[in-house]
Design a protein around this ligand. Structure first.
Ligand code: C2O
Length: 551
């Protein structure tokens, strides 16, 4: 066991950005929170002490948590939240995972400020990366979002009014907006590199609600991993990441010594308001010339701008994702036990009395979202894990989640208004231990088509196919990649299209699947899988830790 003391105090801390100070919830007083640097095979012990005034839980995004959902973190799913004044020790192992992941709060919008990187390096017994060239330097870039007001207030207001929450006021890189914003010239990070050096950039979209394009001025990026799985290397000018996703790229400092912007801005596939600002950091070559001002003061050179795709450049986003492959042939489940078809998309609830303060969505409605027409409601009286393994499930959840939509319709066409209103429920879908599962995630055009980055807890899955329009089994299945598809924990359902994933249900427990756009989670774009135990204790969920919080 490797004791980790990095995460201990979750507390309110003043954080100043863009000339405004917020009392933000932070970890150990840091924003973003501490980076966890571990190796494949390590066992971690992380104690979270809640000194804030909110209930909170922490999630280790992408860690498989084999037979150990107790450490996964989503509140009311695998644990009750840690109450103010309480604490909980997360104990888990890193098993056969390498690359870049991250951790974040999994309680309402607290992850706006409660997040950090989780870097998993190869074990000391074979410490080299399987890359075409080995990096001399590593830089971790957490792309985030910043609001001029307390993000929890932004959420509370949206929850009260039923409208979409305000978009962010800035994007950030490692918590800093960069020098293209008002009064932020001191808030720009610089990373020094030597000419010719090879740099590994670990890029994480830790933002709440926005897919992002990222690029570095005048430099090509070689993608080598995504979501802590190695990929077949390919070269690109720009990468796209949905919230929750990570991408590792190699960059060679092969340009003339100068200052180059590393920049991110929105990829906005929906017909909705968005934050159209750009966050920057600077890649500064050692020995890059300085310019001298008239006053004789030496001043740093202006950085060379990065060229990013247009905000709605779906073609570039799709082309980027389409290049992802596993490094070599992988074992994809072929004979399926479960063939699931999930619609993912938005909706609207009609209000009993229209035009009240609580119905400030379009035409006096409230926004909602659903999977297969069920808008997920988080339990409040107990977590689903605790209800299922320790107590009575009655009243906490049911196991009648529909494997296909109740009525088929033209998902990406003109959907009749009668289908815009989902039902509400806390429904799980049961999977037998080791069943071979395929899920088609189908975006809908209800309210708007949109890229929904779907994240499955407790698993990595293969992304075997994707396409535009309605999924057509007789035609589309033939083009699936069952040889070397990429392995991920979060995948975008393309706007007005579908994506197909496969996995073997070999990790028993209760596992949340949801859109990683946080606004969509509180609207209900989530469901849970209840994966049954296999035979014997080695195929069953471990016993719960004694300090597991109670509701
Ligand atoms: Cu990164 Cu359910 O979360």
């Amino acid at each position: 066991e490797k004791p980790m003391q990095q995460i201990s105090h979750i507390q309110e801390t003043p954080v100043k950005r863009l000339c405004r100070v917020h009392n933000s919830i932070t970890v150990n007083g840091q924003f973003p929170g501490p980076t966890l640097e571990v190796r494949n095979g390590d066992s971690l012990v992380i104690t979270a002490i809640n000194k804030a005034q909110y209930n909170i839980s922490l999630h280790w995004h992408g860690i498989k948590q084999m037979r150990n959902p107790w450490a996964d973190g989503p509140e009311y799913i695998t644990q009750c939240p840690i109450q103010p004044g309480g604490s909980y020790t997360y104990r888990f192992n890193i098993e056969e995972q390498e690359g870049t992941l991250w951790w974040h709060a999994h309680s309402r919008w607290l992850r706006a400020t409660v997040y950090g990187a989780l870097i998993i390096r190869p074990p000391l017994s074979s410490p080299h990366y399987p890359f075409p060239v080995l990096p001399k330097r590593e830089i971790t870039l957490l792309l985030g979002e910043w609001w001029d007001r307390n993000p929890m207030d932004v959420l509370a207001l949206a929850q009260f009014t039923g409208a979409a929450p305000n978009v962010s006021d800035a994007f950030t890189i490692n918590g800093q907006p960069g020098d293209l914003y008002r009064c932020s010239s001191q808030e720009t990070l610089r990373f020094l590199v030597g000419a010719g050096e090879i740099v590994l950039l670990r890029v994480i979209n830790s933002g709440l609600n926005q897919e992002l394009f990222f690029g570095v001025a005048n430099h090509k990026l070689t993608v080598v991993a995504a979501d802590a799985s190695y990929t077949k290397p390919f070269s690109t000018n720009v990468i796209m990441l949905g919230p929750g996703q990570t991408t590792d790229v190699l960059l060679t400092a092969d340009q003339p010594p100068a200052h180059y912007y590393m920049a991110a801005h929105a990829y906005n596939s929906a017909n909705a308001p968005f934050d159209n600002t750009t966050t920057t950091a600077i890649l500064q070559y050692k020995g890059a010339p300085c310019v001298t001002t008239l006053q004789g003061k030496s001043q740093t050179q202006r950085a060379i701008p990065a060229q990013l795709p247009g905000f709605n450049d779906t073609a570039t986003a799709a082309a980027f994702t389409a290049q992802m492959r596993s490094p070599s042939k992988v074992e994809v489940p072929v004979e399926l036990d479960e063939d699931l078809f999930f619609t993912v998309g938005l909706g609207l609830f009609n209000c009993p009395t229209p035009n009240t303060q609580r119905c400030q969505g379009p035409n006096g409605t409230r926004f909602t979202a659903s999977i297969n027409n069920v808008s997920f409601v988080f339990p409040r009286i107990n977590s689903i894990m605790q209800a299922y393994y320790q107590g009575t499930p009655a009243g906490v959840f049911t196991t009648d989640f529909p494997p296909v939509p109740p009525t088929p319709f033209d998902y990406t066409g003109n959907v009749s208004r009668g289908l815009w209103q989902p039902t509400r429920g806390t429904k799980a879908y049961k999977l037998k231990y080791k069943s071979k599962v395929q899920i088609i995630l189908q975006d809908t055009s209800i309210v708007t088509t949109e890229n929904h980055p779907m994240h499955l807890h407790g698993y990595e899955f293969y992304v075997v196919g994707t396409g535009v329009g309605n999924f057509n089994p007789s035609k589309d299945t033939a083009s699936f990649n069952l040889v070397d598809p990429p392995r991920r924990n979060t995948i975008g359902t393309p706007p007005g299209g579908w994506v197909a994933i496969r996995f073997v249900a070999d990790n028993p427990g209760v596992w949340l699947m949801h859109c990683h756009i946080d606004a969509h989670i509180f609207w209900g774009l989530a469901m849970v899988f209840l994966v049954e135990n296999g035979e014997g204790h080695l195929q069953s969920v471990q016993s719960p830790p004694l300090d597991l919080p109670r509701c």
